[in-house]
Design a binder for this molecule. Sequence first.
Ligand SMILES: Nc1ncnc2c1ncn2[C@@H]1O[C@H](COP(=O)(O)OP(=O)(O)OP(=O)(O)O)[C@@H](O)[C@H]1O
Length: 585
Amino acid sequence: MSTFSFLTKLTGYRWGLYILNALAWSLIYLAPIVPGLVTKQFFDVLSGSAPYRFGVWSLIGFLMLAALARVVLILFGFITDVQFRFRIGALLRRNLLRHVLKEPGARAIPISPGEAISSFRDDVDQVEETVSWSVDAFGMTFFAAVSIFILMRINAEMTLLVFLPLVVVVTVAQLSTSLLQKYRAASREATSQVTGAISEMFSTVQSIQVAGAEDRVIGRFSRLNDLRREAMLKDKLLGSALDSIFSNTVNFGTGLILLLAAQSMRSGSFTVGDFALFVYYLTFVMQFIQNFGKFMTYFKQSAVAKDRLTHLLQGAPEAILTEHHPLYLRTAIPEAVTAQPGEVDLLERIEVRGLTYRYPESGRGIEAVDLDLPRGSFTVVTGRIGSGKTTLVRALLGLLPIQAGVICWNGKPVEAPGDFFIPPRSAYTPQIPRLYSDTLANNILLGLDAGEERLRRAIASAVLEPDLDRLPHGLDTVIGPRGVKLSGGQAQRTAAARMFVRDAQLMVVDDLSSALDVETERKLWERLEEERQGAACLVVSHRKAALARADKIIVLRNGRIDDTGRLEELLQRNEELRSLWYREE
Ligand SMILES: Nc1ncnc2c1ncn2[C@@H]1O[C@H](COP(=O)(O)OP(=O)(O)OP(=O)(O)O)[C@@H](O)[C@H]1O
């Protein structure tokens, strides 16, 4: 999509407001035409070149009125401008965020969070700025056309001399914009790198300290800042050089006009009023030239911004960015519709055939995995480190975009696993849980309206009660980055409680071994058995307590199924399982 059609589609979100805005700004830019003519009349009256029609005070009154009208118009123009640009900026951010949230977890954003924040903030601002400046371009062009017409009628030769610099400036700007575009992209990139580095440093403070890497990290940060300074300097220098060319070319034109006007006035072909009109309009023409150049620069810069925003889409159609959706600025945002237990198709059986996902970066992952998860089953996926266990559960749940294979729920193919495998159909305890700076209860519920009893049951199933007693405010203790820091095991059990409270029909648990000692693990599986009410469990584990309980064990090796069966059979015939089992011992 070209930058022009991108901006047009975005503008189309609020055509009415845009037209109102363009109208307001066109009037604001056209407004000086009237005081210009009044000024001309004023001087012609004073110098006796025009008949005395209005008194001097009426002329002053006209000028005041024109100024007042312009002030009111500018006020109106600012209101329409702010209303319009806020809406298109918000739409762009909304569409991007929605796309990011819909992507499978592993593909959410192709850059660091810091860089993504930069892009959401600066690139969207840039696009907003360009669309907003387009109305100024219209207004200024109208003004230029009308004033040229009036001035040409007075003195065509001099008028050309006023507008000649314009052609020069526009040409220079056009020639240098590709260079400016390059510098702008480099400076944005360098800024993102710095923001990204800050975000990485803050999130890994402990690792940096443990590794004694402070000096190296600061050194790298300093190098990134140097690169940014260089890139910003080039960008700003070229921008300012262009600005200065714009204004000085016009100043040069002004000088020429003054010389020519003096000569014609002496010869009597040019009145004082004409002179006043030329000088008066010239100020605005200067503004037009500078601002038009600025608009063209913005336009080029928004091409860079658009490319960076498109990069965040990771190959999805660009049209996503400009899709029209409600923003709910004045009305309440509708509640998200989530299915309740009992409203979804009750699980009978999940069948997975040929599930394949290979990480593009390493070429490793899983290949042609088949899986059957009947209602009430307890399936354990096991294998060595790196055999593909996590990849398998994440691909099944739609957290990785599967490259081949089909997943069926009760015989019906699941089109978008990421949207489908959510509570109350499924719930998941990942290997590395994320906790938020909020109370323990809110971390478990995450907005779910579950009631005290269900929450207590989930905590018991996750064997989290002993930890609860030790927290200063129990369930109301603030945990996470800004609160009490939980141990790795406690964090994982909190994540398990988060899964249990959702009463899902498929429960997926990725390796709880670091969260549980042998005794606690036994308790957890026992309580799960009592509470799960027929839910199917898919558990990644190499621990005996889980393997011994499994209806079926799936042994993965190098991303493929090595064998499947019950523990006793596999211990007899599968070398891989035997080595895992006895290593545990
Ligand atoms: N983000 C990634 N990018 C590239 N390769 C990856 C990525 N994540 C995992 N892999 C590779 O894919 C393979 C399977 O990884 P996976 O995490 O599924 O193994 P696992 O059996 O769950 O290991 P563990 O027991 O350590 O959890 C490994 O060889 C790993 O190196």
